[in-house]
Design a protein around this ligand. Sequence first.
Ligand SMILES: *Cc1c(COP(=O)(O)O)cnc(C)c1O
Length: 395
Amino acid sequence: MGKPDDQDPAHRAPATAVVHLGRDPFAHHGFVNPPVYRGSTVLYPTLESLEAKTQPYTYGRRGTPTVTALQDALTALAGGAATKLTASGYQAVTTALLAFAETGDHVLVADTVYEPTRQFCDYLLRRLGVETQYYDPLIGAGIAALFRPNTRLVYVESPGSQTFEMQDIPAIAEAAHAKDIWVLADNTWSSPLYCQPLALGADVVIEAGTKYLVGHADALLGFITSNARAAKPIERAAGTLGVCPGSEETFLGLRGLRTLDVRLARHQETGLHLAEWLRARPEVARVLHPGLSSDPGHALWKRDHTGATGLFSIILKPVQKPALAAFLDGLKLFGMGYSWGGYESLVIPFDCTSYRTATRWPPEGPALRFHAGLENVGDLIADLDAGFARLRAAS
Ligand SMILES: *Cc1c(COP(=O)(O)O)cnc(C)c1O
């Protein structure tokens, strides 16, 4: 740090940690932010240094000081041993799975994972001779009954994509570790600030930095943070696969980190406010948000999380397509599109019927996923209120 500080920033409150981690101003002439190192070639001053392989940086793909700055900050925040940045969140998912899965293995994946994760398992892992079995995310310690002698890993994502089921990560990790099975956790919804899967027993945390870390819908980035046991296999797989983030994207991740705590606080507050408001609407059958005390996953969320972010879903009461279109098409502040975690509010219809295999879907009516952005919550509610008026008029 710029000034002597006997307290490691990683051990300070999150708001302080995100401001101070991964910066060393006086290593850069006092400029508060680390510079963006761009480059492939790294020069070695002597033959001896080339042969000794002791330089901290050897080639752009293997890392730069900008990459190290963000990796170190994320490692400290997650309480891990090492972090590997990737070019996207999805690449973090695939790299982590490839780091452990081998031909002949059996892997257990929550039925509620991010849907492209399933595609990777069903297409690429299958071709490599790895069998994927999807399990009910509510299984908890019951996961032990699914273990086989060749089970290599359990993949969790809590809350689940689209439908927000909470998983009992400590119970799953305890059962898995008793059989030497790895536990991988996609923690994108929570970010490193609101859940610490490594402390809950996971070996590897996977996140799409694209979402809240970058926070402005202007870059793709991912990261994998491992405990000491998992760091080597992740490092080896990422290096072998040639996984590396872009220079500019890495900087945008570092910049996003500085405001992560304040942005998340607003996403949380607005998300909860919208969820409560929607729950009281006559057009809404159910709200899926573990931060609501009425949610079936609330007790687990409260035990394992320090906050809720801005992404949640609702199930509408049955309604015809034209009425749904009238609701969505006329929204002024909620954009319709994929991804989330930026400053803007979003809504997207979804239907898990075609791909979930271990749990039952569809529900009683159309499902919508909302992302609460950083706008004024009153304005957002007025936008939704006008939408429901259009929906009723078209019904
Ligand atoms: C978005 C997302 C990813 C993938 O991230 P990209 O950066 O879009 O590739 C992975 N997991 C979850 C849970 C996500 O929401």
